[in-house]
Design a protein around this ligand. Structure first.
Ligand SMILES: [Zn+2]
Length: 188
């Protein structure tokens, strides 16, 4: 939606945003053998340039250590792209099966699209998972938006795990990817 004084124009868009940033302004801080001479301020100031509301919309936030020369000599990982793609396809098929069972279009039952009562029903969140999610929300580490997005992500993690209900372990993993929740000490 582009809003200007005289007009609002809505463009169709369905995007998947993937973004990367350095650990700090100089690029040498963060995890591993950082050589940033101004840590931790360099990292904090640089990170604060991305607003909280924007970060709240990024479901998977992962810190990756720098690749070393030794890493380049390692053998390739056991699970390659093809194997990962097959797992994703299986999880996607689970979502389509749920749509079929409900007699509704598959697009409404993709985890990323779930909302409201449909999300609650599909989530099938068990008591321990709900307790963990509730604690994250009650301690102020999860916005209302974050609750919904964490639940959707936990649903996908559960689907990848072949689990019917969302269990505590799935919620915990989803919260780990929400860096703002982890930084403030929500236990996994
Ligand atoms: Zn730095």
């Amino acid at each position: 939606m582009v809003a200007r004084a005289n007009a609002h124009v809505r463009y169709p868009a369905r995007v998947q945003l993937v973004a990367a940033m350095n650990p700090c302004r100089c690029g040498y801080g963060g995890l591993g053998k950082g050589h940033c001479g101004k840590a931790p301020r360099c990292q904090r100031d640089y990170g604060n340039r991305v607003s909280g509301p924007l970060m709240d919309r990024i479901d998977l936030q992962i810190e990756t250590p720098a690749v070393t020369a030794a890493d380049l000599a390692l053998p390739p990982p056991i699970e390659g792209t093809a194997e990962a793609a097959a797992r994703v396809a299986r999880a996607r098929a689970v979502q389509e099966t749920r749509a079929d069972a409900a007699g509704e279009p598959a697009a409404l039952y993709l985890n990323a699209k779930l909302e409201g009562e449909r999300l609650t029903a599909v989530a099938a969140l068990d008591d321990a998972g709900k307790a963990l999610l509730t604690r994250a929300a009650e301690t102020g580490h999860l916005t209302a938006r974050g609750w919904t997005r964490t639940l959707r992500l936990a649903r996908t993690i559960a689907d990848l795990d072949g689990s019917g209900p969302i269990r505590r372990v799935h919620v915990a993993e989803a919260l780990i990817y929400r860096r703002t929740a982890v930084d403030t000490g929500v236990p996994a």
